[in-house]
Ligand binder design. Structure first.
Ligand SMILES: Cc1ncc(COP(=O)(O)O)c(C=O)c1O
Length: 390
């Protein structure tokens, strides 16, 4: 391995949300919750950021050059066979920001907005905070795997006045990488009922061997014409704190409406550090990403084997993508509050509590495995001890 993912780098005292209020005292909580990684960004990105810092002038930025678009275009064309155009790109300071704006741009107050729960919890907030109506089709959990109940999906759309579907692909937190067939069925139902789609594809670069990510908008021109596609280098290269995402909208009317909505927030700036990092990441970061994925695959093997041998009460929902693992703790027979309290107080683990993700989350916890193996081993050891004490 050319890159080192094994050596822990302390994040205490670095204003990291994941470590907020923690001091690193022995026995303190181990934070494996929010979706960022305990790894440094690729050295190639660090070099680009150093060069930008050394330049010393940090005035307003502008994205007039091709330099910014080209590496993103090439990344998606090469890795996903998706051809984008410069005019489709809207830079925003985050995917959550983009989702909030898309909800406002594409629906009216009171309209139904559909999600498949359990799902990334800011979706529900984007719907509620904008006074739209959350409409939920719950994923079906059978034999350790999640799937869409398409009859329910369509019924919810027709019965609850749905105007927008927020797709999470790959799906956080259940780890599904939707197949082209599944995406096609979702897309066709949406088209048939005049429902627009926001496709949040931020986890697209973390696909496990044997699975393939299909860019929803790449399936056919009709889907592209109906979709806001959210991408970002932030998960892939661990740059979330730099605040940058790239939203692609090929439908001119939707693109203009979205831009106007973003304009109304007053956002017109650009984080020049994020621009430097984004360009370097998509230009030079591929080798790093492939090695990171190999490391994460070993982390997954470790967790799977450890739970099977030492904590069989907790079942790993086998992920097809993403570094977020969804743990089925239902065999512990604790209600949601007791389970969260148990993991927090007894095991000393700061995870994401299942019910946060909405319907179907009860009895589950999400754990972030994007950390050095040593940290993960400590987490598993804590889990084993706590469960053994029951
Ligand atoms: C599905 C999904 N979308 C968006 C985000 C956050 O994106 P951003 O930091 O660009 O707002 C996350 C982070 O966990 C996520 O899992």
């Amino acid at each position: 391995m050319k890159y080192d993912f094994d050596t822990p780098v302390s994040r205490y005292g670095t204003d990291a949300a994941k470590y907020a209020s923690l001091t690193g005292a022995p026995g303190e909580l181990l934070p494996l919750w929010v979706a960022d990684m305990d790894f440094q960004a690729p050295p190639e990105v660090l070099r680009a950021l150093h060069a930008r810092v050394d330049h010393g002038i940090y005035g307003y930025g502008d994205l007039t050059d091709e330099d910014y678009f080209r590496p993103i275009h090439d990344w998606y064309a090469r890795r996903f066979g998706w051809e984008t155009q410069r005019e489709w790109l809207v830079e925003t300071p985050g995917v959550v920001f983009a989702v909030y704006n898309a909800v406002r741009a594409l629906t009216q107050p009171g309209d139904g907005v559909l999600t498949l729960e359990p799902v990334y919890y800011p979706f529900a907030r984007a719907i509620r905070d904008n006074e739209r109506m959350p409409v939920v089709s719950q994923l079906v959990y059978e034999n350790g795997r999640y799937s869409v109940d398409f009859a329910d999906f369509e019924r919810k759309i027709t019965e609850d006045g749905v105007k927008l579907f927020i797709l999470c692909s790959p799906h956080n937190p259940v780890g599904r990488v939707w197949t082209k067939e599944e995406l096609t069925r979702m897309g066709e139902i949406c088209l048939a009922h005049g429902v627009k789609v926001v496709a949040d594809e931020i986890h697209a670069d973390f696909i496990r061997p044997g699975f393939q990510h299909t860019v929803f908008a790449s399936i056919c021109p009709e889907f592209a014409d109906n979709t806001v596609t959210c991408t970002a280098p932030s998960k892939t290269f661990n740059l979330a704190g730099l605040q940058n995402s790239n939203i692609f909208i090929s439908n001119e009317v939707i693109c203009d409406t979205f831009k106007r909505e973003v304009g109304r927030t007053g956002y017109g700036g650009l984080n020049i550090m994020a621009v430097a990092a984004c360009k370097a990441a998509y230009t030079y970061g591929e080798d790093w990403l492939e090695q990171l994925k190999a490391y994460l695959e070993e982390n997954l093997d470790f967790v799977r084997a450890y739970l099977k041998e030492h904590v069989p009460e907790i079942k790993l929902v086998e992920p097809e993508g993403s570094y977020l693992l969804w743990l089925d703790c239902t065999a512990l027979h604790m209600d949601a509050k007791a389970l969260d309290g148990f993991l927090y107080c007894k095991a000393g683990l700061w995870l994401d509590d299942g019910p946060l993700f909405g319907a179907g989350g009860e009895g589950f916890q999400r754990i972030n495995m994007a950390c050095p193996r040593k940290t993960l081993a400590e987490a598993m050891e804590r889990l084993k001890r706590a469960v053994a004490s029951l």
